[in-house]
Design a binder for this molecule. Structure first.
Ligand code: BTN
Length: 274
């Protein structure tokens, strides 16, 4: 087995301090070698008094959690990071936290010359393959979210499935050195989370949504919904994918557009059928 890739806390803290004049999220880093899930570990820290801005990073996860109850394979070499946010947000708007994070991280990686895009709702895409994903978990009181844990997994040098891509190999192949190591990747991800959450909480979803939509790789793609062919034309203010259906010549009445909730359709990758 390969030696586990350990991250150096001080390198991340120094880089964050250099990059930020003012901190919007008061990051406090907790690094571990092996945890079941960084999201789970962070919820436990929060229960024991940790505050907004607490960050958990692990070398590997034994039970990494993905969206829709899936498993997130988490061998050493990948980035596994979770950040706690205190806020007040209507439960129906929880998707906004994922959009904000996806937008912020994607912009930050683009600034490092990595041409990342977003596959609705939460996938970070490079070269039409999955570079990473976001899992937002929330605590609710009444109909309001008052705490969130935002978990991000990004493939750096870890093995990936056929539909995935790892950033270190991609950079070597394309002679790009945008990201230098895992500490640098963690720093960029934290800066991205911070800018996304700041945009959402200070400017609002009306500003964030067009920024997020601009980075989507899905716009204009053909999709089948209930066996009918349509084209992705955008995302609504409630986070649904807006699909315009093709009209067959024989039909005099237009097929109504579809508005799909996250998790109700799988948009797939160029080299797979799922
Ligand atoms: C997805 O399915 O696309 C989301 C994957 C999110 C994985 C990350 S890894 C760090 C954090 N801890 C977890 O258990 N999951 C998230």
């Amino acid at each position: 087995m390969l030696n586990p890739v350990r991250l150096e806390q001080e390198k991340i803290e120094t880089a964050l301090n250099t990059a930020r004049q003012q901190a919007y999220l008061p990051f406090s880093l907790h690094l571990y070698e092996t945890v079941n899930s960084t999201n789970q570990t962070l919820w436990e820290l929060l229960q024991n008094g940790a505050t907004s801005g607490t960050v958990v990073i692990a070398t590997e996860q034994t039970a990494g959690r993905g969206q829709w109850g899936r498993q997130w394979l988490s061998q050493s070499g990948g980035l596994y990071i979770s950040t706690a946010i205190a806020l007040t947000l209507d439960v129906i708007n929880s998707y906004q936290l994922t959009f904000a994070t996806a937008w912020g991280i994607t912009r930050q990686l683009q600034k490092c010359n990595i041409p990342v895009g977003i596959k609705w709702p939460n996938d970070l895409i490079l070269n039409q393959r999955k570079l990473g994903g976001i899992l937002t978990e929330t605590k609710i009181s009444g109909n309001k979210i008052n705490r969130a844990v935002i978990g991000v997994g990004i493939n750096w040098s870890n093995p990936v499935p056929d539909t995935g891509i790892n950033l270190q190999s991609w950079q070597k192949l394309h002679h790009v050195t945008g990201i230098t190591n895992l500490e640098n990747l963690a720093t960029q991800v934290l800066l991205g989370i911070e800018s996304g959450i700041e945009c959402l909480l200070e400017k609002g979803i009306d500003i964030l949504l067009p920024r997020y939509t601009n980075l989507l790789t899905n716009i204009g793609n053909s999709v089948y919904v209930e066996n009918l062919l349509g084209t992705v034309i955008g995302v609504t203010s409630s986070g649904c994918l807006h699909v315009r259906m093709e009209n067959s010549e024989s039909k005099s009445v237009r097929t109504p557009d579809f508005y799909l909730q996250p998790g109700t359709i799988s948009l797939g990758y160029s080299n797979s059928s799922n």
